[in-house]
Structures are given as structure tokens and as C-alpha cells.
Design a protein around this ligand. Structure first.
Ligand code: 1HE
Length: 301
């Protein structure tokens, strides 16, 4: 071809798209010291975060003198934490609280003092949504150990976790109606999803409080135990022993699929299952089942 230089004669390099068996980035960095490095950079005042050698994180609400009420700064911290956690190799999170109450919801005093305009509070809500969406859709199991008041925005926070564990002191309420407020942290989606529209409306209109077995039966928590933190760590360790990619799908895809039409959700499910069910991490587990060395599923004793 006229004008064609040597470079033009080089064969065109075709790039074959290959599905490699590399683990996705979400499992990296895996070393505890690397995990701590990325989490150490967080600037936390109203929360604390620690991670043990197995990648189990403990996230504590740390404002017990205000019953862990969620001021704007705490919500900012939750956003920062749940931005880092999915990329930091954390295998599961136990969400707990200092003091005797899990969370008293929106910081009513801050809200009163700030004297916000509608658009200001809309942005407050959008920050709450950002934090709670990162929790629910982040792909890392979050197990909430509940106690005392789990009310208003505290219930919105708890309902963004993947598993909720109550103890004998735990009670749930949506006192927004009595305070002249409305939910703004996703309760209309998540709490209605847990308990149904009618129960949520009743809770908001009448201040109805749920606790004990009744709270379990309506779906506000999955477990009622003596020690909610001990149970939370046991469940976190159990979940953390699953391949991270399976947990990522469980703690992200299911929530996404709830937002889709049934037809689209079924399609998305096939795509997710295509990836998860052929992951290298599942091969040894399948082999163990095939050679009968893997544990069988049995009823509880
Ligand atoms: C607070 C908050 C708060 C406590 N904002 N400061 N949420 C509510 O309607 C629940 C409001 N709180 C309560 O009903 C009670 O405080 C509790 C049942 C949670 C705990 O009772 P108690 O007797 O142990 O504590 P306390 O004496 O009421 O409060 C102790 C301190 O915590 C006190 O501060 P102090 O400086 O006077 O000692 C309280 O002011 C402070 N405190 N709760 C600010 N919530 C996105 S929209 C979400 C809408 C909502 O969440 S509405 C539901 C709000």
C-alpha cells in the first residue's frame, strides 16, 4: 500500500477475551495489615472500627451519652466506612453499639438547632441513603447486634443490615408521627419490606412498639437471643467462611433484584449465578461433596 511504513506491516494484534480464574478485586487486599492500612486512614469520632485477623470487622456506634443518635457527622462516617469496607478485604461486619441502646434515630437536637430548610433536610436524607445503600448493596455481610432502643432512624440503620439479632432488651418503634416527622432514611422501603405496609403505618401512626417474640414474628429481627453480640460474631464467622464472591452476590444481588421486574431479576440471577457458580473457590467445595467428605445438611438437634 502506498505510504505504508514498517509499522503498518505489523500484524494486527487481536486480543482474545479470556475469562481468567483470578479472584476479583473484592477479595483484595487479603492480609490483615493491608486491611488495617486502608481502614486506618478513616477519621472516626462517633464510631469505632476494628478488624480482627480473620477479616471480621466490628463497627460500633460510639455516642452512648446521646443514645447513639445519628447526627450528620455520624452518617458521614458510615459513608466513609462502607466506602472502604468492600475493597479492604473485610469478610463480615458486626454492627453494634456502645451503651444500653442501639440507636435513638435522627439527632433531634441537632435537627432542631440547625433549623433546616426543606432542601437542607432532603440532602440530609440523601446522605443517609448513601450510607445505608452502601451497607445493603456493598456485598459484605453486615450482622447487627441489637439492644435497647432501635427506633426511628435507628431502625432504618438496622434494617439496612443483612441480619438482625435482638436480645431481651431490644425494642423497635417508629416514633416519627409523635415527633411530627416522617421517616427519611429509607424506612418506607426497608421497614415496609420487613414488616409490610400495614404494620409500618400502624407503627408510625400509633407509636406501636414491638419487642421479644412478637418482633421476630413480624420480621423486625431474625434472631432473639440472650447475648446478641455473641450470636452476631458466631454468624459473622459462619458467613465469613463462605467464598467472598458468594457473599458478595448474596449481600448485593438479592437487594438489586428486588428492585427489578421478575423477568429482569430472573435474567440478572442467571448472570450472577453464571459467575458465582463457576468460581474457582467453589471447585474444592463441590469436589468435597462429590467425594462425600463435605458436611451434609441436617436438621437442627
Ligand atoms: C438524643 C436522642 C435523639 C436521646 N436525638 N439526642 N428518635 C426518637 O424519637 C427517640 C428519642 N429518644 C428517646 O426516646 C430516648 O432518649 C431513648 C428511649 C432512646 C433513651 O431514653 P433514656 O431515658 O435512656 O435517655 P434520655 O434521657 O432520653 O436521653 C439521654 C441523652 O440522649 C439526652 O441528652 P442530654 O444531653 O440531655 O443528656 C437526650 O437528649 C439524648 N438523646 N435520643 C438527640 N434522637 C432520617 S429521618 C429519621 C427520623 C427519626 O429518626 S424520628 C425518631 C427520633
Amino acid at each position: 500500500m502506498p505510504g505504508a511504513g514498517p509499522a503498518d506491516k505489523r500484524p494486527i494484534r487481536t486480543q482474545r477475551l479470556v475469562w481468567t480464574s483470578r479472584q476479583p478485586r473484592l477479595t483484595l487486599p487479603a492480609k490483615p495489615e493491608d486491611i488495617m492500612k486502608s481502614l486506618d486512614a478513616l477519621d472516626l469520632t462517633f464510631t469505632t472500627l476494628t478488624v480482627d485477623g480473620d477479616g471480621i470487622a466490628t463497627l460500633s456506634l460510639n455516642r452512648p451519652e446521646k443514645r447513639n443518635a445519628l447526627n450528620a457527622a455520624t452518617v458521614d462516617e458510615l459513608i466513609d466506612i462502607f466506602t472502604v469496607i468492600p475493597r479492604a478485604g473485610v469478610r463480615a461486619v458486626v454492627l453494634r453499639a456502645e451503651g444500653t441502646h442501639f440507636c435513638a434515630g435522627l439527632d433531634l437536637v441537632e435537627h432542631h438547632q440547625e433549623d433546616r430548610r426543606p432542601e437542607d433536610f432532603m440532602h440530609v436524607c440523601l446522605r443517609w441513603h448513601e450510607a445505608f445503600n452502601k451497607m445493603e448493596y456493598g456485598g459484605v455481610p453486615v450482622i447487627a447486634a441489637l439492644k435497647g432502643a432501635v427506633v426511628g432512624g435507628g431502625l432504618e440503620l438496622a434494617s439496612s443490615a443483612h441480619v438482625r439479632i435482638a436480645d431481651a432488651t431490644t425494642y423497635f418503634a417508629l416514633p416519627e408521627g409523635q415527633r411530627g416527622l416522617f421517616t427519611g432514611g429509607g424506612a418506607t422501603i426497608r421497614v415496609a419490606d420487613l414488616v409490610g405496609k400495614a404494620r409500618m403505618i400502624d407503627m408510625m401512626l400509633t407509636g406501636r412498639v414491638y419487642q421479644g417474640d412478637e418482633a421476630i414474628s413480624v420480621g423486625l429481627a431474625q434472631y432473639l437471643v440472650e447475648d446478641s453480640e455473641a450470636k452476631a460474631y458466631a454468624l459473622a464467622r459462619a458467613a465469613a467462611s463462605n467464598p467472598p464472591l458468594s457473599n458478595f452476590a448474596i449481600c448485593s444481588a438479592i437487594s438489586h433484584m428486588q428492585n427489578m421486574s421478575a423477568l429482569d431479576a430472573a435474567y440478572a440471577e442467571s448472570v450472577v449465578a453464571g459467575i458465582v457458580n463457576t468460581q474457582p473457590a467453589s471447585r474444592a467445595r463441590l469436589a468435597a461433596f462429590a467425594d462425600k467428605s463435605a458436611a451434609r445438611v441436617r436438621p437442627n438437634e
